[in-house]
Design a protein around this ligand. Sequence first.
Ligand SMILES: [Zn+2]
Ligand SMILES: [Zn+2]
Length: 439
Amino acid sequence: MANYTTQIPELPSYSLSPRPSLIPGVSDVLVQLLSPVAAYWIVSLIFHVLDVYDLCAEYRLHTPAEVLKRNHVSRYEVFRDVILQQIIQTIFGYAMAYFDPEETVGKEAYDIAVWARRVRIAETHIPQVLAVLGVNAPKLANSLYDSYPTLAAALAGGNYANSSVFVPWELSLGKLIYHAGIPAIQFIVAICIVDTWQYFLHRAMHMNKFLYTWLHSRHHRLYVPYAYGALYNHPLEGFALDTLGTGFAYLVTGMTVRQGLVFFTCSTIKTVDDHCGYAFPWDPLQHVTSNNAAYHDVHHQSWGIKTNFSQPFFTFWDRILGTTWTGGDVSTRYQKDRIAAQKKVDADNAKVESSVTNSPATDPATAEVQAKASQQQVLKTDGAQVLREERREEQEAKKNLRSRPRRKTGSFDPRSTFASTVPSLHGRSTPILHADGAH
Ligand SMILES: [Zn+2]
Ligand SMILES: [Zn+2]
């Protein structure tokens, strides 16, 4: 191997300019703050359509009857309070961004070179490290030089033919660290901060009677969570738990505005998904970690409220501090709640039916006269054929009426009826059996 001398390449110069907006004419800060709000309502709308048309009954954690009978808050109040929280969080985010320096571009090549330089400096230590392991680096480099000249130069301490510039693999590694490694660390740290922040604040709200009564009990009016109930909180709790938690993680990890956009939007979607009320086998968000809708749903039940505090990403704090639900299979408990809610809906339906039966009926004599007159009128015009068709239609309508389920009286699901809740009532099987936190 030729006898070169290792040098550390110089860093390139750079000039900064303001970062152009993602959407021309709209500041990235505004996009960052509005994206989570838009994502919240888009994802919620999808789940709401599934709810209203009962499209995925077999994956529902609760029946429509439970949504009607077990929640202690109206959908309007939930909607209103979520909007309020989103207004507060957007104003706060905008105010914080006011103090941030303007983001610039132009330094990327320099930052990549800084990492490539660190790689080169690390290479200069390879011979010493190999010597500790009993390997003669110069000898090894010489034997590899003809077949693998770049590897030989790296083993020899970054001793390249022209070591005053970076070789391609050093720059590639620099790019990988800059574009993937550092952002991955930022996101992992931010996720850990949010999980830690939320776990301890959330748990404190359950341990302190005043905090629970004054703030957190509002979120627990939803015994049967649904997607857009995810951020249904007391405004102060929403601010402390969600806005400050994610905002703090964003600042500590030094994310850019665009990284913040991705982070806030993903956190929001995860929170909505955790309250969606479905245990889907194919939803990646429900299987990347063991924290999912089934896991959090246990916390929304009266019997599981002192467990499963972790939110929204991982469950490690519950595991470490022993607050994971350990009561085993929860399917019987769920079934009990479903039956109780269904009985209430049935009782309501029975009341409506009896009031209809007792309503004043049309005078039969008058009805007979009207029918005869109508028949005569028809015979005069279209003849017996029309009457036959009319009779057939009438019989069909009666048959349909007998087989068609009664309409539910509530506002949740216009299509949802007594009969349509029955498959949900009995059809829940696999997913819920795993809602015991024992993933
Ligand atoms: Zn709680
Ligand atoms: Zn919740």
